[in-house]
Design a binder for this molecule. Sequence first.
Ligand SMILES: Nc1ncnc2c1ncn2[C@@H]1O[C@H](COP(=O)(O)OP(=O)(O)OP(=O)(O)O)[C@@H](O)[C@H]1O
Ligand SMILES: [Mg+2]
Length: 340
Amino acid sequence: MFDGLFGMFSQDIAIDLGTANTLVHVRNRGLVLDEPSVVAISKSSNRKVVAVGHEAKEMLGKTPGTIEAIRPMREGVIADFAVTEAMLKYFIRKAHKRNHLIRSRLVISIPAGITDVETKAVREAAMGAGVREVLLIEQPMAAAVGAGLPVLDARGSMIIDIGGGTTDIAVISLGGLVTYRTLKVAGDKMDEAIIQYVRRRSNILIGERTAEQVKMKIGNAHPSVSTGSMELKGRDLISGVPRSITITGDDVREALADTVQVMVEACRSVLERTPPELSADLAERGLVLVGGGANLTGLDLVLREETGIPAIVAEDALLAVVNGVGIVLEDLEKYRGLLF
Ligand SMILES: Nc1ncnc2c1ncn2[C@@H]1O[C@H](COP(=O)(O)OP(=O)(O)OP(=O)(O)O)[C@@H](O)[C@H]1O
Ligand SMILES: [Mg+2]
């Protein structure tokens, strides 16, 4: 009975609004929603929303002329405000199950170093969904909390979050980002690199979804890990008809090499700018990989070799940010200093 009463007055929500996936944690209930950040809208009837999340992702690249499947977030920030707002509203209502959100507080993660205008857009999109108050936390900070790093302590923790649109690299100590970099190079750029590779080598055009499946199934970043091969179908650019080819793990590693190199260089530059006392902590404790891209086979090995410090993929790498925002939401007193 108390639970019921309490729940009625405190339906606070934590959200990881990602370029690829949006995840929602409700206070006292935990993770309740995990869906692709995709919206299908009708082009004919006034941009009416036709489907959101999983259902909309199935439609990507397969829509008829009257429907458009949109990813309203690009490179970590809102690219289409109205659609992002509609998507947030839909997810919040689905997670919340109640229609009155008036009393709810919302904690939402934003990329480190985004502009005031971009921050305002996130805040407004969330307010548009009908909550009482919106609190913001920087994504690398949330990721580090979610990965169980001692962010409030006077020692260095290093996190690399490889999402769909952005890669965030940060060194954290005493509840703040000491050094960080945000790259607009992450999972989406890997998919594009695979599309370009297949096009150049075999004159075949494949779609984004196929490229993503190739990456997840046989993608890798280090020659010591063997990942097999895969048959894939696309459109022959010369004859125009469907054709299939075989692609190997070695091919995919070659396709992804430049993208991986950008991440390595960025880690090096963050390390170079880190004060020596903290560097010493990092040499001992290493860096932690989170986000969907952290699951790219062998990426941890490359980072270890190229930076000289240990690199570990977090358990539940895809959930680190939402878990972190959730932990903060459950104990706002303790983590107040991380919010703005
Ligand atoms: N096993 C895997 N290997 C490589 N990449 C993967 C794997 N699993 C998922 N990904 C990629 O991870 C990305 C999604 O990760 P995540 O959900 O962390 O992104 P996001 O938080 O939505 O994006 P961002 O933080 O950039 O806004 C996608 O590009 C997806 O293809
Ligand atoms: Mg993310």
